[in-house]
Design a binder for this molecule. Structure first.
Ligand SMILES: *Cc1c(COP(=O)(O)O)cnc(C)c1O
Length: 403
């Protein structure tokens, strides 16, 4: 059997980061607002906006902070309802609670994407929508944007795990009013912690910048020199002194770790997709494992793999996970543990937790395993072999490769 890769180590941080971090350590210049201009955080914002093709970017301490600031920047009234998919990370409903709003959950299908009939049914009375592209799976953005535009509802994209994903040729994160990304270590660009929001809306970014902790006239350092910034400048002037400061800023050290990784995004996306599709094709030959198809307009950027177990009892599924782990591949079944942060019934900090039977049925057989872009195809085949053999060992190989 080919040897199994280490599935947990991240890629090394590009060497260029070291020289920049040394420079920052020698000068002590770690705060984004110390230098008069061109601080690493400000340069990161310009580079990230250019990479994605948006007008403005604001780098903050996490994607959760970016989601929270997006909601506050939209100026939603206290108690406003925000629609989210029932399959997402607990940070998403948490950001809504922090913003004094109320999450409304809609069903997600067995392909991990928003159930559009339930989405539409739950839109009445909602003031905003957060589309969480969970694990980088993109829901039907054409249908979502058409429904939301018709009602004048702002869409926030939670693109934490979707950097590099495209929908009909457009970058995920640029389709809604605002897009939020994460630089936490399990995402495509790794700074340990960090996040960023992008938007074309001057009013929204001006509010978010001040809320994020641009006290006094530090908002001036968010305007790129030479830009035609009168629209932005007027928005900043309008909100000066009128918003509370939450101090969710990013440090120059994090920006120094992130900036040299942006040049590697395209390669990581290409390799991650190649790895995912290779393993998915092997797994789909097993009668016990199903990797759902992506939607047609979607170009994915996966660094992990999700699949559904078929024809297995709960006991079989536990045995499958144990067999995979014994073979060296760690698999989590979203709905099996009592504290999984992606299972909506564990979000007990919410009042009136709804029941979502379709989402629950999906979570009770959907598995998750890491599949980093840095793996070779041979390593990917070794991972696939462990998973297929684990299913065969539990269910018997008799019907494997049948039909
Ligand atoms: C990681 C993640 C988040 C949270 O990102 P942080 O930067 O850790 O706050 C939110 N949503 C999704 C879909 C994620 O994958």
């Amino acid at each position: 059997m080919s040897s199994l890769p280490n599935m947990h180590d991240a890629e090394p941080i590009p060497a260029e980061a070291r020289a920049e971090i040394d420079r920052l350590l020698l000068s002590g210049d770690l705060f984004r607002y110390t230098a008069p201009e061109d601080a690493p955080v400000a340069l990161l914002e310009r580079e990230f906006a250019a990479l994605l093709g948006s007008k403005y970017a604001l780098a903050v301490s996490s994607c959760s902070a970016a989601l929270f600031l997006s909601l506050k920047a939209l100026d939603l009234p206290r108690g406003a309802k925000v629609l989210i998919p029932g399959f997402t990370f607990a940070a998403v409903p948490s950001s809504i609670v922090h913003a004094d709003c109320v999450p409304v959950l809609c069903e997600v299908g067995e392909n991990y994407r928003i159930d559009m009939a339930d989405f539409e049914a739950k839109l009445d009375g909602v003031s905003a929508v957060i589309v969480s592209h969970m694990r980088g799976h993109t829901s039907d953005m054409d249908a979502i944007l058409a429904l939301c535009d018709a009602r004048g509802l702002p869409v926030i994209e939670d693109a934490a795990h979707s950097l590099g994903t495209k929908w009909a040729g457009r970058n995920i994160g640029t389709l809604g009013r605002v897009g939020c990304f994460s630089f936490q270590s399990y995402k495509l660009v790794n700074a340990g912690e960090g996040g960023i929001l992008i938007t074309d809306d001057a009013e929204l970014v001006a509010r978010a910048v001040i809320l994020s902790g641009a006290y006094e006239h530090n908002w001036r350092k968010h305007m790129a020199p030479g830009d035609n910034t009168s629209e932005l400048e007027e928005a900043f002037a309008r909100w000066q002194n009128r918003l509370p400061l939450y101090n969710l800023r990013l440090s120059n050290l994090a920006a120094a770790v992130i900036r040299p990784q942006l040049a590697h995004v395209a390669r990581r996306v290409r390799d991650g997709r190649r790895n995912h599709d290779h393993v998915a094709a092997i797994l789909n030959r097993s009668p016990w494992i199903e990797v759902p198809d992506k939607l047609a307009p979607e170009e994915r950027a996966p660094d992990s793999l999700q699949f559904n177990l078929a024809g297995m009892s709960a006991e079989d599924m536990r045995a499958f996970i144990a067999a995979a782990e014994a073979g060296g591949v760690k698999v989590q079944l979203f709905g099996l543990s009592t504290d999984n942060a992606r299972a909506f019934w564990n979000w007990q900090f919410l009042d009136d937790l709804p029941e979502l039977p379709r989402t629950r049925a999906m979570l009770e057989r959907a598995c998750d395993t890491r599949l980093p872009a840095r793996l070779t195809l041979a390593e990917c085949e070794a991972v696939a072999e462990v998973l297929v053999s684990a299913a065969d060992s539990v269910m018997g190989p008799l019907r494997a490769y049948g039909t």
